[in-house]
Design a protein around this ligand. Structure first.
Ligand code: SF4
Length: 278
């Protein structure tokens, strides 16, 4: 296995197209890394983020995702080998340097993706190591592989930011290519353990703006009892160039970001169900 990289924590934004960073890692080593979690694959880092959890945060964006959301703005994170190989020890050491400043800024560390649970052993080890340092931990996930985490591992995540598109199976499959049931099951499991959840809902005109469907999704979310907040994220076209550069068929080229009125209408639907929405 090649020498793992140091953490370039100042390295760019998830909107930078990044490919082939892990190509030199042999397939066998990738499999070993995924099985043990001793090494992970990271697309990029963000420092000073104020939109990936409470306070000011360091965010690591992992590679690997099994979903194919039509509006994904980071399709270059789908492939594991587009990530930079990093050992969990090295990652934790680097994050430790930010401990005091993150505390002062009421922030923490967020593991994002891609889908972090595609590297569930790495994610679990890194979350536990960061938590042991007294840093607030958050993970943004689509929840599909949530059953790969033990209860004890779930408890090392202070906040789960769950991407919920719809409760409706047919709509969900059309939007993401995958079944919604595992995500809903993970949401129920988190709620049963009283783990704080923030839901992230991407509002896409023509795709996710059916207010009746959103009301039913909101009713499901409100019943969970541990959803602290729902973030309504207006669709944007910032990831479009990646689809084009990667030679992927992008179907949303004519879709405009939602109007302020539509975004507010969606938030109102969520609030009506008793959720805090912004
Ligand atoms: S779950 Fe996230 S990373 Fe995966 S395809 Fe959907 S938006 Fe992209």
């Amino acid at each position: 296995m090649p020498e793992v990289q140091t953490l370039p924590l100042e390295a760019g934004s998830p909107y930078e197209l990044r490919v082939h960073l892990g190509d030199s890692v042999p397939e066998r080593s990738v499999r070993e890394a995924l099985a043990t979690g001793d090494m992970g694959f990271i697309h990029s880092y963000t420092t000073g983020s104020v939109v990936d959890g409470p306070g000011v945060r360091v965010v690591a964006w992992t590679t690997g995702c099994m979903w194919r959301c039509q509006y994904c703005h980071n399709p270059d994170t789908w492939t594991m080998s587009n990530g930079l190989p990093v050992s969990v020890t090295r990652a934790a050491e680097e994050l430790g340097k930010y401990r005091q400043s993150l505390k002062v800024m009421s922030g923490g560390f967020t593991l994002n993706g891609g889908e972090p649970l595609m590297q569930h052993r790495f994610a679990a080890k890194l979350m536990a190591a960061v938590k042991r340092m007294g840093i607030h931990t958050a993970m943004e996930t689509n929840g599909y592989l949530g059953d790969r985490l033990s209860d004890a591992e779930i408890d090392t995540i202070d906040l789960v930011m769950l991407g919920l598109k719809t409760w409706d199976p047919a709509r969900h499959r059309a939007l993401t290519g995958m079944d919604v049931a595992p995500t809903l099951a993970f949401a129920r499991r988190l709620a049963a353990r009283r783990r704080p959840i923030w839901l992230r809902f991407v509002l896409v005109p023509g795709l996710t703006d059916d207010m009746d469907d959103l009301a039913r999704t909101a009713a499901f979310a409100a019943k969970l009892g541990s959803v602290e907040r729902v973030e309504v994220l207006p669709f944007h076209q910032m990831g479009r160039y990646k689809w084009e550069r990667l030679g992927l068929a992008y179907t949303l080229e004519n879709v405009k970001p939602p109007s302020a009125e539509l975004t507010e209408q969606a938030r109102e639907v969520l609030r009506k169900a008793g959720l805090k929405a912004d």
